[in-house]
Ligand binder design. Sequence first.
Ligand code: LLP
Length: 434
Amino acid sequence: MKEVFPDTARVSDDGHLVIGGCDTVEIADRFGTPVMVLDRATLEARAKAFASVLEPARVHYAGKALCCVAVLEIVRDLGLSLDVCTGGELATALAASFPTERITFHGNNKSDAELRMALDAAVGRIVVDSFDEIDRLDRMDATADLMVRVTPGVEAHTHEYVQTGQEDSKFGFTLAEGVALEAVRRARDAGNCTLHGIHAHIGSQIFELSAFDLAIERVADFLASARDELGFEARDLNLGGGFGIAHTRDEMTPDPAESVSRLVSIVEREFSARGLPVPDVYIEPGRATVGASAVTLYRVGTIKEIPNVRTYVSVDGGMSDNIRPALYEARYEARLANRMAAASGPLVTVAGKHCESGDILIRDVHLPDDIAVGDLLVIPATGAYTYSMANNYNRIPRPPIVMVADGRATEIVRRETYDDLLRLDRRLDGSELP
Ligand code: LLP
């Protein structure tokens, strides 16, 4: 159970799932369902594990995985840095009083307003991603600390939608045809900017760490030519995020500290082999920092058995709070949080409540054969890219996030209300609703 549930998860004498010392059945009663329960201890332990190899400030939490003020406050207090990729994520960081020198600003299509916001906030690094962006920084006569994002031409074995390192990508500058070299030359000369190094993120949910080895080799080759042709030496090398985590019992989460130590030693080996100075390594783990720390609780609302076909167990959330199964065929597992000791039974399908057949959370999962309406279904490992990708399809309000620690449950994001949903609507004549 520990592999996919938060570290503090245990089962109480009455068979309830307890996380962070809080009974999840009580949480569901108090905050309603669906609800995301975030275990502070697990989040902190994962963040510290990454920071045990590199100094904390060289570990950037990728805010896109889960971006809300309280989570960023925790990351801030652990001394980690932060990767943001939009003005909205930066605004959240500023609201969390995140030290701006520890913020790196990403994005393949930053608007002028976003660049201005990043410059005004004096973020630590802007990662430039296109010639247009470099030109704009130049025209703004910006004073900024830059990294150049390159695509090392590595196809990480992960879902196509979350691969980013391959040649054919909307992100970064290709190493081929001298394109990235030209980007380095122009970024170095732009405005009053200082170019510190290179950024390469190859994808997400990567289990085969050898994909990183190849990326590092290619970046080292590239930097050898940047030295020879431009006299440029990178002080910083940001290898992005992408470390995979288990979502089901048959997957294994690679150890964060081991993964990072491995990267660092390969950087040392590859850079030394080319007579290059060994750069400072930075990483940006999002999923592996926050993914395992949360579970989502749902209430079972209807159970429909289609004889000889399939049993649908429908819950009170779905693709609006977790779009990953519909979008990436992501797999999850489930248990009954109110009856953790119940023996698992036949395969069923867990469906959401949205008006769409594709709204399936888990295609096949073994649940107790006496599963009943009113049971509390828990899906573990939902901390990353669920709330941050949540939407209001079918006008379903987004769930709250409740943080648990030492027996205390605190709502860090409240449940959306129908009033929230209507807040932006205007009448036909443009007037506001009462
Ligand atoms: N750095 C950069 C530049 C990135 O683009 C990303 C993720 C990360 C770091 C963090 O990657 P992580 O450590 O979390 O794998 N929505 C998808 C994942 C998209 C990831 C986008 N970029 C999903 O639900 O699987």
